[in-house]
Design a protein around this ligand. Structure first.
Ligand code: KG4
Ligand code: ZN
Length: 344
């Protein structure tokens, strides 16, 4: 199938044309990130207003870049939630209108299922992922570990008890006076720093769950900064590197435990905005040297994009047929259990 996909759950307005779940014919993303650099996070109303301005040019851009006509499109896919309601409405209203006008079936996709599918984008037949897969999905809104037996079947092994990993990067960056989004700015600031200069605790050390807790690390950073009295800019590289190392060490420690509990897994996938992190990529490989590790093929498939929504929609259709064309609501808060992922 050739699917036109739309994603507008936060501050990115994105559209893509994806063929058979893996071949990306176009992937257009417009982001209002720069507008939020100094605010420490996204202002929902501003993000939604930007979405209204960008949605049609982005969709037209994706169709043009894919050199596709409406006749060639088999279905429209759109993120139905979770996310910021105003932003989500812009994408879903556009998708509903286009589906109606062009007489195409419409598939509502859970944002998380999009991230879980992102490791298939750009892959070739001989090198496709093999189930069962342990997937860490870590972004600004969630940090979950899934044990997946097919694209849409599996169990949620654990999630964060408080902040999401990306949120921990964003809040840490704010404390350090670095711009939003925190992940890339902390990596950049810490590139030349010593990751062991400042000591942070390892949350949930020895815990038997596959859960995460990031709020203590953020509080530790706040106390370190408070005890320094003045935040000398010369210390920023070491502080950023040490904080980044601590966040990654916690993610890797819990993933290592998940592998111990599920030795049957064939691959580990890291998806979501945080999977763009270079230090995390190196550390996870060290933590599980015996397992094949995969990340999305390009950085633009790690952070929010529409290609992953098109991919998820294809796999939903492959595994559930025309049931996926059922009517759906646009919802800001959507339980993970409704990510079409059926519990085994
Ligand atoms: O998946 P995503 O684009 O949007 C959400 O669904 O939240 O993830 C955005 C999050 C932000 O919190 C951002 O700081 C984080 O991903 N992020 C990173 C990196 N790039 C983005 N975190 C760590 N390292 C990165 N290189
Ligand atoms: Zn996301």
């Amino acid at each position: 199938m050739k699917i036109l996909a739309i994603e507008s759950s936060c501050d990115e307005t994105a559209a893509a044309v994806v063929q058979d779940g893996c071949t990306v014919l176009s992937n257009v993303i417009s982001t209002s990130r720069l507008a939020f650099e100094q605010t420490g996070g996204v202002i929902p109303e501003d993000a939604a207003r930007r979405q209204v301005e960008c949605i049609l040019p982005v969709i037209n851009g994706a169709m043009k870049e894919a050199k596709t006509t409406w006749d060639d499109i088999d279905a429209i896919a759109v993120t139905k939630g979770p996310g910021l309601l105003g932003s989500l409405l812009v994408g879903t209203v556009a998708a509903r209108a286009i589906a109606h006008i062009q007489k195409k079936p419409l598939i509502g996709v859970h944002h998380t299922l999009g991230h879980l599918s992102s490791t298939w984008l750009g892959t070739v037949e001989v090198d496709r992922p093999v189930f069962p897969i342990l997937t860490l999905s870590a972004s600004g809104g969630h940090t979950d570990v899934w044990l997946r037996t097919s694209h849409t079947a599996g169990v949620l092994l654990g999630r964060t008890r408080d902040d999401a990993a990306g949120e921990a990067f964003d809040k840490g960056a704010f404390l350090l006076g670095l711009p939003y989004p925190g992940g890339p700015s902390i990596s950049k600031a810490g590139a030349e720093g010593n990751p062991h200069a400042f000591e942070f605790p390892l949350p949930l050390r020895g815990d038997d769950s596959v859960e995460f807790s990031f709020s203590g690390l953020k509080t530790s950073l706040r106390y370190i900064i408070r005890d320094l009295k003045t935040l000398d800019s010369k210390l920023i590289p070491d502080l950023a590197a040490s904080y980044e190392y601590a966040l990654c060490a916690h993610l890797c420690d819990r993933m290592k435990h998940a592998v111990r509990l599920h030795p049957e897994i064939k691959e580990i996938h890291l998806v979501g905005g945080v999977s763009a992190n270079t230090r995390l990529r190196a550390m996870i490989q060290e933590a599980a040297p015996q397992v094949k590790i995969r990340f999305p093929a390009t950085l633009s498939y790690c952070t929010d994009n529409a290609a992953m929504i098109g991919s998820a929609a294809q796999f939903m259709h492959d595994e559930h047929g025309d049931d996926v064309y059922a009517a759906f609501e646009t919802v800001a808060s959507l339980p993970l259990s409704s990510a079409v992922i059926a519990s085994d």
